[in-house]
Design a protein around this ligand. Sequence first.
Ligand SMILES: Cc1cc2nc3c(=O)[nH]c(=O)nc-3n(C[C@H](O)[C@H](O)[C@H](O)COP(=O)(O)O)c2cc1C
Length: 163
Amino acid sequence: MKRVDFKSAKSLISKNDVVAMVVVIKHDSEEWNIIPVQWFTQTSLKPPMFAISIGHSRYSYLCLQEADEFNICIPKKELKNELLACATSSGKDVNKFVEFDIDYFYGRFKRVPIIKNSFVAFECKYVSQIKTGDHTIFIGESKYSWLAKETEDSYNYLSMKDL
Ligand SMILES: Cc1cc2nc3c(=O)[nH]c(=O)nc-3n(C[C@H](O)[C@H](O)[C@H](O)COP(=O)(O)O)c2cc1C
C-alpha cells in the first residue's frame, strides 16, 4: 500500500454508498425541507436507530435542531434529478417539494411526509445529537418502515455511482 491524502483514500470506497433524502419540517414555517445525505448509517438494532450527519452551514441543520421527527427516504433511481436539485438548492430559499414537483404521502407521522418514489423509507423520532467537527450527527429511532410494492423494483435505489 502507499500513503495518500484522505480524499484519495476515501473517494473510491464512497462510490457504492446509498444516498438518502431526509425530510424534515422547516424550523420557521409549516413547509418541509429535503436534504440529500450520503453520510448516514444504522447505529442500533433494538431499537432500530439511524444517524445522519448534517453540515452546520445547511439550512436543514437549523430545522433538525427543532424537529421531533425526520424521515429517511432512500430514493429510486428515477429520482436522480430531483435529488441533485435538492442537493444544489437550499430550503432557506425554496420549497423543494413545490419547486421540483416531488410527490409525497403521509405515513404514520402526520407532520412530515415520505417521498413517494422511495425504494425504502424510515419514519424516525429524534433521539439525540452529537457535534463532530463541522457536522452534527442527528440520531433517530425508526418507528415505521416502508418498502416499494413492486418486486421488479428490487435494488432499484440510487447510489453514489449513479450520480
Ligand atoms: C450526493 C450528495 C450527498 C450529500 N451528503 C450530505 C451529507 O451527508 N450531509 C450534509 O450535510 N450534506 C450533504 N450533501 C449536501 C446537501 O445535500 C446540500 O448542501 C443541500 O443543498 C443542503 O440543503 P439545505 O440548505 O436545504 O439544508 C450532499 C450532497 C450530495 C450531492
